[in-house]
Design a protein around this ligand. Structure first.
Ligand code: NAP
Length: 248
């Protein structure tokens, strides 16, 4: 399959987890892939090599997604190296879970800045590029808890709900230029982010999931491929859950 042949994509926070899987699925479908992370470490180098072995151009960039000034510098660097960006995946994210009673201001600020402000930073920086191209697909990784909320995750849920409102607004602003913006709402996906959850919480989730299994990063990545591809050119402003039916 080469659904993304000739396309160039930028994925934030991609050296592990869902971002890494999106990078690999994009490359398998023929896209050249630029990706960011906080460090150019072994994980980033191994992803670069894995992507190049799939026959596409790939490059890792160090950039803190929460920093406004770094986003514009990064987009300029990717344009310099790749010539254009057809798809942007705003994936970088963290959790700092706690009940509101115990949540610190720092827990709140970090999650909002890394999960939500980052989406503003990159979308704002890329809009000039996509407006000039008169095309583009922006894919923002939200969460089912941004739709439903979750006790102990008020900061994270707020950031993910913010992404949904932002994505719908951007879809309305940029649709006339053929720039699409959609949000993916993963449910419980097995990555390092969820590996810290106690087993009883995980078992409880699986019991409630109609498909009776946790999600894999590839489950999310396949939807990202569809949203970046020309199969989805009439889809914008949507929030699509990848949750085994947990959120219906
Ligand atoms: P993960 O395994 O913890 O990976 C997160 C990635 O984001 C890492 O590569 C990390 O880099 C990067 N990152 C963190 N802060 C960053 C920053 N300031 N700038 C740039 N990159 C940064 O998480 P994941 O499970 O793959 O999650 C990916 C996205 O899916 C997140 O937005 C998350 O909220 C969302 N999501 C996940 C689930 C789930 O069940 N896993 C469910 C719903 C939504 P380092 O390696 O350098 O730390």
């Amino acid at each position: 399959m080469s659904l993304l042949s000739g396309k160039k994509a930028l994925i934030t926070g991609a050296s592990r987890g869902i971002g890494r899987s999106i990078a690999i699925e994009f490359a398998k479908n023929g896209a050249d892939v630029a990706f960011t992370d906080l460090q150019y470490d072994d994980k980033a180098i191994s992803l670069e090599n894995e992507l190049r072995a799939l026959g596409v151009k790939a490059k890792a960039y160090v950039s803190d997604a929460s920093k406004f000034d770094q986003a514009e510098i990064l987009i300029n660097a990717v344009i310099e190296d790749f010539g254009s960006i057809d798809a942007l995946v705003n994936n970088a994210g963290i959790t700092r879970d706690n009940l509101l009673l115990r949540m610190t201001e720092n827990d709140w600020d970090m999650v909002i800045n890394i999960n939500l402000k980052s989406v503003f930073n990159y979308t704002k920086a890329i809009q000039k590029v996509m407006l000039k191209q008169r095309s583009g697909s922006i894919i923002n990784i939200s969460s089912v808890v941004g739709i439903e909320g979750n006790a102990g995750q008020s900061n994270y849920s707020a950031s993910k709900a913010g992404i949904i409102g932002f994505s719908k607004s951007v879809a309305q602003e940029l649709g006339s230029r053929s720039i699409r913006c959609n949000a993916i709402a993963p449910g419980f996906i097995e990555t390092e982010m969820t590996s810290v959850l106690p087993p009883e919480i995980k078992e409880g989730w699986v019991k409630d999931i109609p498909l009776k299994r946790v999600g894999l990063p590839e489950d999310v990545a396949k939807l990202a491929v569809f949203l970046a591809s020309d199969l989805s050119t009439y889809i914008t402003g949507q929030v699509i859950s990848v949750c085994g039916g947990l959120h219906t």
